[in-house]
Design a protein around this ligand. Structure first.
Ligand SMILES: [Zn+2]
Length: 182
């Protein structure tokens, strides 16, 4: 991306989807949400917004509470009034974004991995990395806590995130030979 001048991606997203970012009452008690992550993850956040917008039905509301970095990964919290089906779709979109962030350099958007430097985790490409890789190679891309909603139950399952398809594959379906399944 060297030499390319980008508009402020945060302002651009807010222009396109003001309801997702602005305070509903405009008051100081609930300030507008500004993503607190690097420009390398603009595409990850953008993709997440597109999925959420597609999931919302007429009359439903959604708003980001915070978009930040935790343990080197994107962390998104939100509020809204949604049907169970729409809520499941929103949670799935956010799970995908958080998993994808662990594969994308937060600085430049190139393919990255998790590094640890002085105890601090960050996801970076080889050019922007500091410290040493924080995951064993066989754990790269494994996302251990995907939460799905089944009726009123929230069920945690282990899943592998596949960057190329931007989708989860359940680890029990992916890794366990069919002959060993119950
Ligand atoms: Zn980078």
């Amino acid at each position: 991306m060297a030499g390319v001048v980008l508009r402020d991606w945060k302002a651009e997203l807010r222009d396109i989807l003001p309801d997702f970012f602005d305070s509903p009452d405009g008051g100081p008690a609930r300030p507008a949400c500004v993503p607190e992550c690097g420009q390398g993850w603009a595409g990850v956040v953008d993709r997440c917004c597109v999925r959420i917008a597609a999931a919302l039905q007429f009359g439903e509301s959604f708003r980001f509470e915070s978009i930040r970095v935790s343990q080197g990964a994107l962390r998104i919290s939100w509020g809204g009034r949604l049907s169970a089906a729409s809520e499941a779709a929103v949670r799935a979109a956010i799970d995908l974004a958080e998993a994808r962030s662990l594969c994308v350099c937060e600085t430049c958007g190139a393919r990255g991995r998790l590094y640890r430097a002085d105890g601090v985790l960050s996801t970076r490409c080889a050019d922007h990395a500091e410290g040493v890789p924080a995951m064993r190679p066989e754990m790269e891309g494994v996302h251990l806590t995907q939460v799905t909603v089944r009726g009123r139950l929230r069920v945690v399952v282990a899943a592998r995130y596949v960057f190329e398809s931007d989708a989860f594959v359940r680890i029990d379906e992916d890794d366990v030979p069919s002959s060993q399944r119950a």
